[in-house]
Ligand binder design. Structure first.
Ligand SMILES: NC(=O)c1ccc[n+]([C@@H]2O[C@H](COP(=O)([O-])OP(=O)(O)OC[C@H]3O[C@@H](n4cnc5c(N)ncnc54)[C@H](O)[C@@H]3O)[C@@H](O)[C@H]2O)c1
Length: 283
């Protein structure tokens, strides 16, 4: 028996990367899934490949009222809603804050922070009324620490993490759990999109990203979408029924700081240099 038997889930950003891996994992664990995205061709093809327990709905998460359509489809087609994974995202803008455009800032905030707000509000209304449900939001290590990504993206992700906590505090006594997953460097198309590639070209950059991500964290391999999906399975399942309001990093240890092999292992030599320099100074 799967970990998510009888669960009905809605997943945004499900056509690619982390969302797509999560949709596959949810189906494998026995859930029914409404996949949502703006990349209709890829989303529809994936839903079709996942069989009768999956369906696709076009949802632009930045648009007020859009996610409600998917929640309704979950209700009509699968009989309700148990899990909402607010995961859709863009790379945000890159570059100096001194040159940043208001338009770029607003777009990043709209997809990430407003999108997650709209999702929590819509999903939370249904889940609070029925007295149970799990909402999972995709944060980022960029929302936990500065300088992992651009200004607007990092601020939006920090906002998502905080919104997760305030919503969890309010909705917990209504039976609704709200958690944030914070991926580290995960090999997906998002970096190709940041480089200006279109959706198809960006998919071709994934292997390259897996190679560049292989050595950035204490766990020496690239982070994969399925690494995040496994946590989202747990957070959507009853096994996590006492877990809410959490920001959980899945980052191979990236947020533990500068790699030991690059810094502290050389400390003895550095300390010896200090001793030598001081002892050579004239009294
Ligand atoms: N890959 C990483 O290293 C990493 C790290 C931290 C956080 N994240 C976050 O993970 C989430 C998923 O990203 P990914 O890495 O799988 O990238 P991805 O580019 O493979 O997938 C993102 C998906 O979101 C969809 N999308 C974009 N704007 C949308 C909108 N307005 N409405 C609905 N769908 C939209 C895209 O079409 C795409 O299918 C994002 O929130 C991203 O910020 C990724």
């Amino acid at each position: 028996m799967g970990q998510l038997e009888q669960k009905r889930a809605v997943i945004t950003g499900a056509a690619s990367g982390i969302g797509a891996a999560t949709a596959k994992a949810y189906i494998a664990e026995g859930a029914s899934v409404v996949l949502c995205d703006i990349d209709d061709a890829r989303g529809e093809a994936l839903a079709k490949s996942l069989g009768d327990q999956a369906t696709y709905v076009h949802v632009d998460v930045a648009e007020e009222g859009a996610i409600e359509v998917a929640l309704e489809v979950s209700n009509e087609r699968f009989g309700g809603l148990d899990v909402l994974f607010n995961n859709a995202g863009t790379p945000g803008t890159i570059g100096s804050i001194l040159e940043a455009s208001v338009e770029g800032f607003d777009q990043t905030m709209a997809v990430h922070l407003r999108g997650v707000f709209l999702g929590i509000r819509a999903g939370g209304r249904i889940m609070a009324a029925q007295g149970h449900g799990s909402i999972i939001n995709t944060g980022s290590v960029a929302g936990l620490q500065a300088n992992f990504a651009g200004h607007d993206y990092s601020a939006a992700k920090a906002g998502i993490i905080h919104l997760t906590e305030t919503a969890a505090n309010e909705l917990g006594e209504l039976g609704v759990r709200v958690n944030a997953v914070c991926p580290g460097f995960i090999a997906t198309a998002i970096f190709g999109r940041a480089a200006g590639l279109d959706a198809d070209q960006a998919q071709k950059s994934i292997e390259l990203m897996a190679m560049s991500a292989a050595d950035v964290a204490p766990i020496r391999r690239a982070g994969l979408p399925m690494d995040i999906a496994q946590l989202v399975v747990f957070l959507g399942s009853d096994a996590s029924s006492f877990v809410t309001g959490q920001r959980i990093a899945v980052d191979g240890g990236l947020t533990t700081g500068r790699l030991y092999r690059d810094s502290l292992k050389n400390a003895p030599e550095g300390l010896a240099l200090i001793r030598d320099a001081v002892s050579s100074m004239a009294e």
